[in-house]
Design a protein around this ligand. Structure first.
Ligand code: BES
Ligand code: MN
Ligand code: ZN
Length: 491
């Protein structure tokens, strides 16, 4: 697919489908739209009337237009109320327009928006993100692609000339989101710890990052007993990934991004019996977002040093499996009584966070499909945010808002740490059922001493069962765009 910014507008452009964004109050055709309607012999007005199109967000419609017209189809999509317009509305509107163009077998698409009070580069970036992410189709595991037929090949962004830079930036970001989607969607028999490490090495060599893969013995030497405890039942060797992006010159800031990387979570001996086990290939969604962000940032080249870290393994069952009640020692010397082997993510993250802090960074952000409790609290679309730093929390909330990735701050209620007190060790890995996402965050907090730290529980939004805006059924790539905005400080 190719994107072009074009100075042409409305019917100056010719091609298969012209997609027009309309505000809720602007379905009365005036000015340029009235002219367009006239040139189309009233087809635009007919389409609006017949489909009872109101311009609400998510509304879209299409019709064929006369043979003497420079376009074959006209598509309309809603932008909601003018005063509520956000970049996310543009992303989702463009996605709706592009989906219709594809369904209607259009190969060239011209996209037109009303005049807006937002920087053109921002609009163009949002348009390209929305269209590319919506049209991405994962055919890797089909013997025949499901969407044969013509594909959208050329997209012209009408009224946006000279936007090559914004288009390129959007495509670099999308390449990271799609990598994350592909990794999360890949089954556990393919996306193994070795495959994750190979992916990190490939990103490093393609985009010029430094990469270090620590093997089991290396992790043993570092005393990573918590991570290795989780890994011990798997037939597959664990991999500890550390990718580094360094800008030319002195970095403005040094940060670490840590992702939970469970390529499969069976629960261990506390096996998942109440459902959910069949989707646990997604339990490396945090690591996927981390590597996706690495791919995007390596191309965007910010003036920030970024460390991308993941302790990758599977949580399996065998004669070597952790017993409930086992005591593990993390690399900072703290001991953990594993009262539930299914609370494994926090064990792997403990050693990863300790490793990150040793790098003397200014901030650490972790992303993890950590708890079902967070999904119960916030639902499928919103990730939870916990942070020891109000400043870091606001940066992340702003970055997420700009990305259109929903994030909600949750309390690090110290009193609840009582639920993790152990008779025999420094702490247990699991507290009571109530407040389960909060005690999980409090557990992680034990492994960060004084670096500003934030934890994102992405168990809900990493996957979707329904097509939604520019997300298709399956992996969403959640987190990549928030991380990119955060590192670039573009919120
Ligand atoms: N990977 C799961 C959390 C999860 C649940 C992710 C649903 C995505 C969707 C995590 O390792 C887990 O099993 N958490 C337990 C913790 C409990 C044992 C304290 C949970 O949420 O049930
Ligand atoms: Mn688990
Ligand atoms: Zn898990």
């Amino acid at each position: 697919m190719e994107f072009r910014g074009s100075e042409l507008q409305y019917l100056q452009w010719s091609g298969d489908a012209l997609a027009i964004g309309l505000f809720e109050d602007a379905v009365e055709l005036t000015g340029e739209l009235a002219q367009l309607n006239e040139r189309l012999s009233g087809a635009l007005q007919e389409l609006i009337t017949e489909t009872e199109f109101k311009g609400k967000e998510g509304n879209s419609a299409v019709t064929r237009v006369g043979a003497d017209s420079p376009i074959r189809k006209i598509i309309i999509f809603g932008l909601g109320k003018k005063e509520d317009l956000k970049l996310e509305t543009i992303r989702r509107g463009a996605a709706a327009g592009a989906r219709l163009a594809k369904k209607e077998k259009c190969q060239t698409l011209g996209l037109q928006l009303p005049k807006l009070n937002i920087a053109p580069a921002e609009i163009v970036q949002a348009l390209v993100e929305g269209i590319e992410l919506a049209l991405y189709q994962d055919n890797r595991y089909k013997s025949e692609p499901e969407d044969k037929g013509p594909q959208v090949q050329q997209v012209d962004l009408l009224g946006f000339p000279n936007q090559e830079e914004a288009i390129a930036r959007a495509r670099q970001i999308v390449s990271g989101v799609i990598l994350a989607r592909q990794m999360v969607a890949a089954p556990a028999n393919e996306m193994t710890p070795m495959a994750m490490a190979d992916t990190a090495v490939a990103i490093a060599s393609e985009h010029g990052l430094a990469v270090e893969i620590l093997e089991r013995e290396d992790c043993e030497k570092l005393g990573m007993g918590a991570f290795l405890g989780v890994a011990q039942a798997s037939e597959l060797p664990p991999k500890f990934i550390h990718l580094t992006y360094k800008p030319e010159g002195t970095p403005r800031r040094k940060v670490a991004i840590v992702g939970k990387g469970l390529t499969f979570d069976s629960g261990g001996l506390n096996i998942k019996v109440q459902g959910g086990i069949e989707t646990m290939k997604m339990d490396m969604g945090g690591a996927a977002a981390t590597l996706g962000a690495a791919k995007a940032l390596a191309q965007l080249k910010p003036d920030v040093e970024v460390h991308f870290i993941s302790a990758v393994t599977e949580n399996m069952i065998s004669g070597k499996a952790l017993h409930p009640g086992d005591i593990l020692k993390a690399s900072n010397g703290k001991t953990i009584e594993v009262n539930n082997t299914d609370a494994e993510g926090r064990l792997t993250l403990a050693d990863a966070l300790i490793f990150a802090e040793k790098l003397a960074v200014d901030a650490i952000v972790d992303l993890a499909t950590l708890t079902g409790a967070c999904v119960i609290a916030l639902g499928d679309e919103i990730a939870g945010l916990w942070s020891t730093s109000d400043a870091l929390a606001s940066e992340l909330l702003a970055a997420a808002e700009k990305a259109g990735e929903k994030l909600w701050r949750m309390p690090l209620e110290e009193k609840y740490f009582e639920g993790l007190k152990s008779q025999i060790a420094d702490m247990k890995n699991t507290g009571p059922r109530s407040g389960g996402s909060i005690t999980a965050a409090l557990f992680l907090k034990q492994f960060v001493k004084d670096t500003p730290w934030a934890h994102l529980d992405i168990a809900g939004p990493v996957w979707t069962e329904k097509e939604n805006g520019y997300n298709n059924v399956g992996a969403t790539g959640y987190g990549v765009r928030t991380l990119v905005n955060w590192v670039l400080d573009k919120a």
